[in-house]
Design a protein around this ligand. Structure first.
Ligand SMILES: Cc1cc2nc3c(=O)[nH]c(=O)nc-3n(C[C@H](O)[C@H](O)[C@H](O)COP(=O)(O)OP(=O)(O)OC[C@H]3O[C@@H](n4cnc5c(N)ncnc54)[C@H](O)[C@@H]3O)c2cc1C
Length: 297
């Protein structure tokens, strides 16, 4: 372990293992973990955050790779977007690789990590809808070598929280051996934050389609009724195709579930959605239709 004293924080500690990092956090309650720093340092530079001490996670080699475990991949929280975007990772979890390739410019992808994306939990976090659609779990490392595992969706919804001193160690993702798609709409050409995104995965073993829509709400949204409806239309033992009308209907089903009509007024008259919201709903419908079309093609 090495310690420096930079300007922004009184000390920076660089532990070499997950348990060592947790021990430092326990001993220094005011310390804040930092991985790639792409989110954290933005807050520090803008003066929103003044951490008394930093615990750097970049030297913890055990969380920078992945391993197979009982039909799952155990992904280290320190995996960078750049690493997840490479072909060998794309062969394993195509949607997560596609999301990683879409996350910001190259400098951000080289430094930003999976764990940081989850811990920040921004609505525009590109990995988040993918993890929600895959029903991934996070393995949290706590004091004394303790580990607990919770669904990523619980963490993002605030149903369960990281306890003081806990770190995201790993993300457990099922290997589905079936098409997966991630699509993202931005308000500009080139790298940009999502205005809407969708992750869609086929799960032939459970004869299911799972999807999650990102950026339109504080956390990824799962349109469960639309998933079940389309899952029943797919001929899982045959060609795995649906008629074009079903693709369109699925897109609209997903969009209406994630961006519902406004509540009726007291007199019962339906309130029209503002044009910007209608546009967002159309964007989600197009993303969902295309994602399903690509997954089934
Ligand atoms: C210009 C720019 C463009 C961006 N574009 C995108 C984009 O298109 N898509 C996208 O998804 N994101 C984007 N981001 C956001 C950012 O790059 C990602 O969220 C990235 O994955 C964050 O990872 P990090 O390692 O840099 O996190 P850090 O900045 O190091 O940490 C972020 C937060 O997570 C906590 N943390 C980090 N690791 C752990 C851990 N293992 N356990 C517990 N807590 C932890 C830190 O304490 C901090 O609170 C962009 C950021 C910038 C500056």
């Amino acid at each position: 372990m090495t310690t420096h004293a930079p300007q922004a924080a009184r000390s920076v500690t660089l532990p070499g293992s997950l348990d060592e990092a947790v021990a430092v956090l326990a001993a220094t309650p005011a310390a804040v973990p930092v991985a790639g720093g792409t989110d954290l340092m933005t807050s520090v530079n803008s003066g929103q955050l003044r951490p008394a001490a930093l615990v750097g996670l970049s030297r913890i080699s055990e969380i920078r790779g992945w391993q197979y475990q009982d039909g799952h991949a155990l992904l280290g929280a320190g995996l960078t977007h750049a690493r997840m975007g490479r072909p060998d990772f794309a062969a394993l979890i195509p949607a997560l690789a596609a999301a990683a390739r879409a996350a910001g410019p190259p400098q951000i992808r080289n430094a930003g990590t999976l764990g940081g994306n989850i811990a920040t939990g921004a609505p525009t976090g590109d990995a988040l809808p993918v993890l929600a659609a895959l029903e991934a779990t996070v393995v949290l490392a706590g004091p004394g070598g303790s580990r607990r595992e919770i669904p990523v969706s619980h963490l993002l919804a605030g149903m369960e929280m990281l306890a003081a001193g806990e770190l995201i160690g790993y993300v457990r993702v099922p290997i589905l051996h079936a098409p997966q798609v991630f699509l993202k709409a931005t308000g500009r050409t080139g790298p940009g934050r999502a205005t809407a995104s969708i992750a869609l995965v086929l799960d032939p073993a459970r004869r299911g389609v799972r999807c999650a829509v990102g950026a339109v709400a504080p956390m990824p949204l799962r349109p469960l009724d639309a998933e079940q409806w389309i899952g029943r239309l797919i001929d899982w033992d045959g060609s795995r195709t649906v008629v074009p009308e079903a693709l369109t209907a699925f897109g609209e089903y997903v969009a209406a579930a994630c961006i519902p009509d406004a509540a009726p007024t007291e007199g019962g008259a339906p309130q029209p959605l503002p044009p910007a919201v209608l546009h967002l709903r159309r964007t989600v419908a197009v993303l969902a239709r295309r994602a399903l079309g690509r997954a089934l093609s």
